[in-house]
Design a protein around this ligand. Structure first.
Ligand SMILES: Nc1ncnc2c1ncn2[C@@H]1O[C@H](COP(=O)(O)OP(=O)(O)OP(=O)(O)O)[C@@H](O)[C@H]1O
Ligand SMILES: O=C(O)C1=C[C@@H](O)[C@@H](O)[C@H](O)C1
Ligand SMILES: [Mg+2]
Length: 173
């Protein structure tokens, strides 16, 4: 079966929902940020600071090339993964894209205490969230399924995604 690929802005819940969805569907879970951290032996923030954003994006590209050849995974992507058109096409080739969304206010509440999101660490965080969301809105529209996560628990979101996947025959049980 095709991979289920969660895309969306930082703090929309790709990692927490993805992990729970994988358990629900009895699939292997892969979080691309965590994979890159493991591979490089550093946190995302350290990679951005020491190696730069270009290096991080090239690690993302390499990883996508490997993951796109596999099946039956639930993949939580980094928030910037689908800005690269080639990544998007590769992920779509063998995957169903599910976009998670949330308002800037909710995103702010979810990410403000975490120092591992380097793109939001400089300047006014709320302003940066609004600016990046606007820039990226279109990229996240590439998904087959979009779920607003603002007013739902993680379990509810997992159930909603599972229902949608079943209704559209993307999965079979
Ligand atoms: N539906 C939700 N209800 C309450 N809290 C949530 C919900 N979704 C996510 N969170 C919380 O928001 C924070 C960010 O979630 P998560 O790390 O999964 O986001 P992400 O989309 O993977 O972000 P990134 O792109 O930076 O990796 C976590 O603390 C998580 O527990
Ligand atoms: O939205 C982004 O560009 C990012 C999101 C995170 O998941 C990490 O991949 C990194 O902080 C960059
Ligand atoms: Mg994540």
């Amino acid at each position: 079966m095709k991979n289920i690929v969660l895309i969306g802005f930082m703090g929309t819940g790709k990692t927490v929902v993805g992990r729970r969805l994988a358990r629900r569907l009895k699939r292997e879970f892969i979080d691309t940020d965590a994979e890159i951290e493991k591979l490089m032996g550093k946190t995302v923030a350290q990679i951005f600071a020491r190696d730069g954003v270009v290096r991080f994006r090239s690690e993302e590209e390499l990883l996508v090339k490997k993951l796109a050849k596999r099946e039956d995974l639930v993949i939580a992507t980094g928030g910037g993964m689908v800005l690269n058109t080639e990544n998007l096409l590769l992920l779509k080739e063998n995957g169903i894209l599910v976009a998670l969304t949330a308002s800037p206010e909710i995103i702010y509440d979810r990410v403000r205490g975490n120092k591992n999101r380097p793109l939001l660490m400089h300047g006014d965080m709320m302003e940066k969230i609004r600016e990046l969301l606007q820039e990226r809105e279109n990229a996240y529209k590439a998904a087959e399924i979009t779920v607003d996560t603002g007013n739902s628990s993680i379990v509810e979101i997992v159930e909603q995604i599972t229902r949608c996947l079943l209704e559209r025959n993307y999965i079979t049980y």
